[in-house]
Ligand binder design. Structure first.
Ligand SMILES: N[C@@H](CCC(=O)N[C@@H](CS)C(=O)NCC(=O)O)C(=O)O
Length: 306
């Protein structure tokens, strides 16, 4: 008789480099740099090192919103960190983010450069720096931070849990997909109930909480990440849908979401951003002839690498 659950963990875990899955070539059980590599530096005080995944989009949408509000100090260079090629393990990237994950920001506007890693820390830093997109009044500020940190704590269940087992894992494990589908549906319901009574996450005011949550949960709603809208029955979360489409129509969101993006339709790719005019250049030959143009999805690109 075959065992229902044939895996028995050994006494001591060992790294099996052939464990499979879309991230097998990237993941390692240790931290630190794998190679010497300097980072490029552009002209603006804010230097962003990122990729156009939902975690990267949070920061570029915020920067574009700050620029829309007239904060000229939010001008930024967005450099591409290609995590499929291991750029996150380059020595200089690791020196600004020892956790080797995008996004990472360096602010050169003061006497000494300030490094900021973790998207939530970056968003809070920028919102405070420009006193924008975060309420000033203590109760409202706390509510904004509640939702900002809700995203940071909840999304690993969506990305590392649901997305991993539904899309990236080398085999479909019913137990894991059930566990994380249930949790993601619960999270969508949390948002839906709250957005039934509030136009935005912290009441009437659009804030960094919306900008943090939209690239993940707005994209799950439409199926743009994980192509699971039907599987998760996202259309039943009507208030999430109303909120997600209202954000999708914002000009800054449309700009920010394509920065450092190297997959999907060419019209949605701006590999690097150094100036506002780069958004218009995107439609010209510059990117269409670039070697890394790739109209594949992010996971299809990973599959090509593995
Ligand atoms: N908690 C982090 C998560 C960042 C993260 O997971 N980034 C991914 C891309 S979306 C990454 O850089 N992965 C590279 C790797 O794991 O080696 C944040 O919010 O900034």
């Amino acid at each position: 008789m075959t065992e229902k659950f044939p895996y028995h963990p050994p006494k001591k875990w060992a790294w099996n480099k052939d464990s499979g899955g879309a991230f097998a070539k990237i993941n390692r059980p240790m931290a630190g740099a794998t190679h010497e590599k300097a980072l490029p530096r552009g002209l603006h005080p804010l230097q962003l090192y990122s990729l156009g995944t939902p975690n990267g989009q949070k920061v570029t949408i915020l920067l574009e919103e700050l620029l829309s509000l007239g904060h000229k100090g939010a001008e930024y260079d967005a450099h591409l960190i290609n995590i499929r090629d291991g750029d996150q393990f380059g020595s200089e990237f690791v020196s600004i983010n020892p956790n080797s994950k995008i996004p990472a920001l360096v602010d050169h506007s003061g006497d000494k450069p300030i490094r900021i890693f973790e998207s939530g820390a970056i968003m809070l830093y920028l919102a405070d720096k420009f006193s924008a997109l975060i309420p000033a009044e203590p109760a409202k500020r706390s509510e904004c931070l509640n939702w900002l940190f809700w995203q940071m704590g909840s999304t690993p269940y969506l990305g590392g849990g649901f997305g991993h087992f539904y899309v990236y894992a080398p085999e479909k494990i019913e137990y894991a997909i059930n566990r994380y589908s249930m949790e993601v549906k619960r999270q969508l319901d949390v948002l839906d109930r709250h957005l039934a009574e509030n136009p935005y996450l912290c009441g009437n005011e659009y804030s960094i909480a919306d900008i943090a949550i939209w690239p993940w949960y707005g994209a799950v709603y439409t199926g743009a990440v994980y192509n699971a809208a039907e599987f998760l029955d996202t259309s039943s979360y009507t208030h999430v849908g109303r909120w997600a489409s209202s954000l999708a129509q914002r000009a800054a969101v449309k700009r920010g979401r394509i920065v450092n993006r190297t997959w999907g339709p060419l019209a949605n790719q701006l590999h690097e951003r150094h100036d506002a005019s780069d958004f218009t250049l995107r439609t010209q030959d510059k990117l269409a002839t670039s070697e890394s143009d790739n109209p594949l999805t992010f996971s299809e690109q990973l599959d090509q690498k593995s």
